[in-house]
Design a protein around this ligand. Structure first.
Ligand code: GLA
Length: 381
């Protein structure tokens, strides 16, 4: 990938560029908890975005995306938002850097990625983090990695229309090889956990389906959670987020909120507890409990939060039948991947059967990605 990027860069912009990269992410457990002030448990992966970049001495940004085989350029004022959706991520990063007092000089860049799009592996966070890191570094802005993660998140909010939490950008900026990160999304305290389950593999099965309107459905979920938390706050003023709520407090307001808001909140309150249970289980090396929690999360995401789809449910059900330790939809949902914790001895049979049955059921192939936990945003040598 580096060579492909460099040869296009040399053709368009000449020599002297610097390489930067940032990763996509997986999440072991803690889904839709980030914007509810709960815990998440992600790690960066060995798939990401790479860019070669060079200041160009103007006040314009000129981009070339190898994957789209397309050019875009824009100025750095708010009114200069580009028409290309992919370029808006980079425009947003520049604008959010400026809003935080950072300097952004014009630059040229060629970039490419190997995070499958729409698979729930946060290709957009990888893109944001790569450019947020590069812009910070090239301009000597001295912003922290927290700032860089927030720049990516605000880009989603203000330039891409997704009211996401902080998990993806955090994982992409803070990832470390071989380590998962438990993040408290309310306090932003975090802790690295070495993740190397002996005798098990972590594997993703990509349904290769991505549902339209996923971002508006995502934003509706968030609104449901905020309405439920606001209703509970009337009785319990200390509540800022659903993650602060006891289950019984939700029951108290059942008649005041819609049934839909109730089941969304019911899922979130359960999920916040499951992350803690998984961390305890990991400390004991108890992978069976980790896996059981993953199945419970899948059930909640499918039946209560309603962000699954027939393809994902099919794969989680098959995993259960084939004695896979844990399986669930990963990321925002509405398509994308299941994440599976599989004993080494069951791995081959599970993958072969899943491929086979999936194809006969849905008429297209799934994709398999082995998870390698890797470093987050960085400058390359
Ligand atoms: C998407 C969002 C994240 C998070 C997950 C669900 O990936 O970008 O902030 O909410 O969905 O856990």
């Amino acid at each position: 990938m580096k060579e492909r990027i460099h040869s296009k860069f040399a053709e368009l912009f000449g020599d002297g560029g610097v390489f930067y990269a940032a990763a996509g992410r997986i999440n072991l457990i803690g889904e839709h908890t980030d914007y509810n002030g709960g815990y998440v448990f992600p790690g960066a992966i060995d798939k990401g975005i790479m860019a070669e970049i060079k200041p160009n001495g103007t006040d314009k940004v000129r981009l070339y995306s190898l994957d789209y085989d397309a050019k875009a350029s824009f100025g750095l004022e708010e009114a200069d938002k580009p028409a290309e959706a992919w370029a808006c991520y980079i425009f947003g990063v520049c604008r959010e850097t400026i809003k935080r007092g950072g300097k952004v000089a014009g630059f040229d860049a060629v970039f490419a990625g190997d995070v499958p799009l729409g698979a729930g592996l946060s290709s957009s966070a990888a893109l944001e983090s790569c450019f947020a890191f590069a812009v910070n570094d090239m301009n000597g802005n001295g912003l922290s990695r927290f700032d860089l993660a927030r720049i990516g998140q605000s880009t989603e909010h203000n330039y891409c229309g997704v009211m996401c939490g902080i998990m993806d950008q955090f994982a992409s900026c803070f990832g470390k090889e071989g380590q998962l990160i438990r993040l408290n999304c309310k306090t932003l305290e975090y802790q690295y956990f070495p993740f190397n389950p002996k005798g098990y593999k972590l594997v993703l099965l990509d349904t290769c389906v991505k549902h339209e309107l996923a971002s508006s459905a995502y934003n509706f979920r968030r609104q449901s959670c905020e309405r439920a938390a606001a209703a509970i706050k009337k009785n319990h003023p200390e509540v800022d987020f659903l993650s602060d709520c006891k289950r019984v407090w939700l029951d108290e307001v059942r008649s005041e909120i819609s049934e839909e808001d109730f089941i969304r909140a019911e899922y979130v309150i359960g999920e916040v507890q499951r992350v803690l249970d998984v961390c305890d289980a990991l400390e004991r090396g108890d992978y069976e409990t980790v896996g059981e929690m993953m199945y419970q999360t899948h059930f909640g995401l499918s039946r209560l939060y309603e962000v699954s789809c027939p393809e994902l449910d099919f794969l989680a059900r098959l995993a259960r039948k084939m004695d896979v330790t844990g399986s669930r939809v990963m990321g925002g949902g509405f398509g994308g991947c299941t994440i599976n914790l599989v004993k080494d001895e069951y791995y081959d049979a599970f993958i072969a059967t899943a491929k086979d049955r999936f194809r006969s059921q849905f008429g297209h192939d799934l994709k398999v990605y082995d998870v390698v936990i890797s470093d987050g945003a960085r400058k390359l040598q």
